[in-house]
Design a protein around this ligand. Structure first.
Ligand code: ADP
Length: 493
């Protein structure tokens, strides 16, 4: 047995009325690295236990004032975890048995060998340490079970009191948990988990989205989508959850009721549509009257008058353009805008637009080029819609080339798609601005484009029209070098 730093912390209490025994034990135990405390009788021993931490007690059987049997009784009440070794000299086996019955850990008989004493103490100490560890483990287990139960109860309350609907599936797409709000939002009744996902979710797109989260161990973190269930507009946000080995164990979908937002949005759209509509007629009328004046049909004009009316006319044009854009956006958002799907020769349409914009380009010192591959197939598209898309893109290319340069419109095939690429050598767009330029009313704020007039509605309209044709639009741009907008449209089969 070696004495090390750890053992020095252990205190052994020797209780004996004979000084020679106390000293003998002290002499034997100290070199083993223990701290030794002594008491002359049971009462002193109990007082000392009240003050100091003791790991093992060595206690003489018979002492004046208070003997071992009483000590054992008191210690059983107040210090049940401290092992007591009885030292018995005159004792009989009966006494020892009695002590063991009352909770003593062991006994040694006087005269004892020192190595026997230290071995006995060591064993008692080991038992004490092991028991303490077992107690600590047990306490920790109880604490863990308690916090688990607490967490479960908390989660249960959160999930069931939420206004949002919650649906949890395992990785076999079985619904394992739902809350009360979900039944209400999806107008469900009579269904209880576990049940197949299809029983709870009628919307196929949502089912596919949830499936994609478990089937692929893809990086997909979450999928958000909107659906309508019984005239209630819902946003469903689905995400996978993982086990400790990072394998997908199932999915959670949270459903929020966004009907009121949708209604508000619709009201806003109706309002914009109404106001724009009401403004368009009088402004068109004023513009017509100005034309009559400019044509000299209301009498001769002085140069100053002509200049003022021409300027007013330009402002009116801008205003009408804005109103038309607003009307387009409002119609499109309300789903009122319908596009014809007729076979269209896009190269021809582009040729007309380029011819129409020639004058504007020349005024800006921009050279317009149209390059069309021969024998291109027709696209299934709406004539006015396509005019709108490419007039916007080519006008932008001209507008955002304040120093002139070439604007090239290139039409050709790209796989299954017809591709139109409008490239310019203009101001370009910063990479961080690119995702924003398709937002309504967004205009890049830079000294290079400050004087260029626009509404910020062109590109959002372009994108909606392209997407309504099941097409795609992409941008590549470099500041100071130029931009290129690529539109891909499915060809008519
Ligand atoms: P508008 O041109 O009326 O401002 P758009 O929606 O057509 O609105 O365009 C949004 C913004 O995108 C523009 O304000 C401009 O900053 C940028 N942009 C569009 N086309 C180009 C282009 N060809 N070159 C550089 N910037 C462009």
């Amino acid at each position: 047995m070696s004495s090390n730093a750890m053992e020095e912390q252990y205190t052994i209490l020797v209780v004996d009325d004979e000084k020679v025994i106390r000293d003998g034990c002290t002499l034997a135990l100290k070199p083993e690295g223990y701290r030794v405390a002594t008491a002359e009788n049971g009462q002193q021993a109990l007082e000392l236990l009240g003050r100091e931490a003791v790991q093992v007690v060595l206690c003489d059987l018979k002492m004046p004032v208070m003997g071992a049997l009483e000590v054992l009784e008191e210690m059983g009440k107040s210090y049940p975890h401290i092992p007591v070794i009885i030292i018995t000299g005159h004792g009989t086996v009966d006494d020892a048995v009695e002590c063991m019955k009352r909770g003593a850990y062991d006994f040694i008989t006087k005269p004892f060998r020192l190595d026997h004493l230290t071995l006995c103490v060591r064993r008692a100490l080991d038992k004490q340490i092991l028991e303490r560890q077992a107690r600590e483990f047990e306490e920790e287990r109880a604490r863990n079970l308690y916090s688990l139960a607490l967490e479960q109860s908390r989660m249960h309350t959160i999930v069931h009191c939420m206004a949002d609907g919650v649906l949890v599936t395992n990785r076999d797409l079985e619904v394992v948990l739902v809350n009360a709000a979900l039944y209400q939002l999806l107008s469900l009744s009579g269904l209880t988990p576990p049940a197949p996902l299809a029983d709870f979710i009628q919307d196929e797109t949502l089912r596919e989205a949830i499936q994609s989260l478990v089937s692929s161990d893809a990086e997909q973190k979450s999928i958000s989508q909107e659906l309508v269930s019984d005239r209630v507009h819902l946003r469903a946000l689905s995400a996978p959850f993982y086990g400790p080995d990072q394998r997908v164990l199932g999915t959670v979908t949270v459903f929020s009721d966004i009907t009121s937002f949708k209604e508000l949005d619709e009201m806003k759209n109706d309002f914009v549509r109404m106001v724009s509509h009401e403004l368009r007629s009088p402004i068109s009328a004023i513009r017509l009257q100005h034309s009559v004046i400019l044509d000299g049909l209301a009498g001769e004009l002085t140069d100053k008058q002509r200049e003022l009316i021409t300027r007013a006319q330009a402002k009116l044009e801008g205003l009408l353009e804005l109103i038309n854009d607003l009307l387009d956006v409002a119609k499109m958002e309300a789903g009122f805008r319908h596009f014809e799907q007729v076979p269209l020769n896009l190269a021809e349409v582009l040729n007309e637009i380029v011819t129409f914009l020639e004058a504007k380009a020349e005024a800006q010192r921009v050279k317009l080029h149209l390059q069309a591959a021969p024998d291109l197939p027709a696209v299934l598209a709406d004539h006015r819609g396509m005019e709108e898309v490419f007039t916007n893109l080519i006008s932008n290319a001209i507008n955002y080339s304040p120093n002139g340069g070439d604007v090239t419109v290139k039409v050709g095939m790209n796989g299954e798609f017809l591709e139109v690429k409008v490239s310019d050598q203009g101001v370009g767009i910063e990479p961080e601005e690119i995702p924003k330029i398709f937002d309504k009313f967004y205009r890049v704020k830079s000294p290079a484009t400050r004087q260029i007039i626009g509404t910020g509605l062109g590109l959002p309209i372009v994108r909606s029209v392209v997407e309504a044709h099941r097409g795609l639009i992409e941008v590549e741009s470099q500041v100071g070098v130029g931009s290129s907008f690529r539109v891909l449209l499915p060809v008519a089969s």
